[in-house]
Design a protein around this ligand. Structure first.
Ligand SMILES: O=C(O)/C=C/C(=O)CC(=O)CC(=O)O
Ligand SMILES: [Ca+2]
Ligand SMILES: [Mg+2]
Length: 420
């Protein structure tokens, strides 16, 4: 029989008992931040569960202070045995047949907070953020637009998961306004470079892996063990100023065109919850070098959608539909490659997948591709867009469809506001 909670969960909810994603929240504006899991329209407060002594398995009974923290880093560092134990404990506690919480009104009152009342925070302290470039369709389209159609995909792309080091300090939680960056753009003819508010502000549809246990400096992670270093995934918008990016990126790559804000969704969906949606990753040709050749090469079937709510409008319009399974390089290959030179990852590090574009124009993951650098404006319910305008809100959502339930990520949104 399907697992069922004593808490009523609507069949369309992203947060049934099969999911139990982790976040960090404040029940009241003045209360300290604490970890929770989403269940239906509620957050289960893990600091309350821990204080009640309900994490009583072998790993967590000695580590339940990892839920009395303002972020998830301590829990992430404990690794897969702790994550599996927590999931089993919480699925049991929330199940329809378990009385411990179901029949304890005082505990329920303390432990279950309506989602509509809480303030969500970035759930991890992010030491380092890296952004990969792992969709072949995105690489091909960007290459064609930025460098021309002759050799759009660079020769190294099929041999290694390309990435750049991003900026952790400007990662913000869904719902945070994004200030339009100012910067330099390409000079026109003999005039000096343009300086002013970016005229080509874009979103990038991405997901990001949250690193669990790290690795010691000098000790790479084997690709076949890399999954044990990944706690779960969030939705991520790598906001990008295409005019700043196109002028500055030669030869060192993205800098100010992407460091002015990166939005993440509040709920980390664990790899354990996503396991029923695992699917084969694309066949890689040429075959990767041995350190990137994995025994099992896995993607996940996660439907992704982007909506734009244009400034001044009530309604949002869908601008693209994609899927996580379009990625060429897997999460585990990304992580193994990141550490192959000895670079150490730490709990809470964030690894962006890169923009997730599919093969069809309706599945491209950013406006640069969807409007072909502004040449083909999108029509949105009576108005048009080449790039984002002030007041536009961009809303990502994602979920995997199970049999009678969804394992979802909720939304990841942000609104553009003008520079001061
Ligand atoms: O092709 C380029 O020069 C750059 C493309 C991007 O903007 C990609 C980037 O941030 C990585 C990604 O999201 O895939
Ligand atoms: Ca990106
Ligand atoms: Mg960014």
């Amino acid at each position: 029989m399907a697992l069922k909670s004593f808490i009523e969960v609507h069949p369309d909810s992203h947060f049934p008992i099969q999911n139990l994603p982790y976040g960090v929240f404040k029940p009241e504006p003045a209360s300290p931040a604490r970890p929770g899991v989403a269940i239906g329209d509620y957050v289960l407060d893990l600091s309350v569960v821990a204080s009640a002594g309900l994490f009583d398995g072998p790993v967590l009974k000695n580590n339940c202070d990892s839920f009395l923290q303002p972020n998830l880093n301590k829990f992430l560092a404990l690794g897969r045995p702790a994550w599996k134990e927590a999931r089993a404990t919480l699925q049991k506690l929330l199940s329809a047949t378990e009385p411990a919480l179901r029949d304890n009104a005082a505990l329920r009152q303390k432990a279950l907070v309506p989602l509509s009342k809480v303030k969500m925070l970035v759930p991890i302290s992010i030491g380092d953020y890296t952004d990969f470039f792992s969709s072949m369709h995105h690489a091909k389209n960007c290459g064609t637009i930025f460098r021309g159609p002759e050799n759009p995909i660079p020769a190294n792309w099929f041999h290694l998961p390309i990435a750049y080091h991003g900026r952790a300090s400007s990662i913000v939680i869904s719902g945070t306004d994004i200030v339009r960056p100012r910067g330099q753009g390409h000079p026109a003819g003999n005039s000096p470079p343009y300086f002013g508010p970016s005229l080509k502000l874009d979103f990038e549809l991405e997901m990001a892996a949250v690193v669990g246990p790290g690795n010691e400096l000098g000790k790479p992670v084997d690709v076949n063990e890399a999954a044990d270093h990944i706690f779960g995934l969030v939705l991520m918008n790598d906001w990008s100023a295409r005019d700043i990016q196109a002028w500055e990126y030669v030869p060192l790559g993205p800098f100010l065109g992407k460091s002015f804000g990166t939005t993440v969704s509040p709920w980390i969906v664990t790899l354990d919850a996503l396991e029923p949606f695992a699917c084969d990753a694309p066949k890689q040709n040429p075959p990767p070098l041995p350190y990137l050749a994995e025994k099992i090469s896995k993607n996940y079937d996660i439907s992704l959608e982007v909506q734009i709510k244009p400034a001044g409008q009530e309604n949002s319009s869908v601008v693209t539909r994609s899927n996580f399974n379009h990625l060429y390089w897997t999460l585990t290959q990304q992580l193994a490659h990141h550490t192959i030179n000895g670079c150490n990852l730490r709990p809470g590090d964030l690894l962006g997948t890169g923009t997730i574009s599919g093969p069809e124009p309706e599945s491209y993951g950013c406006l640069l591709e969807l409007t072909w650098n502004g040449q083909k404006p999108l029509s949105l319910n009576g108005t048009t867009r080449k790039f984002l305008e002030d007041g536009d809100e961009v809303i990502f959502s994602g979920y995997s469809k199970g049999n009678g339930y969804n394992v979802g990520f909720g939304t990841c949104s942000g609104k553009i506001i003008p520079p001061p």
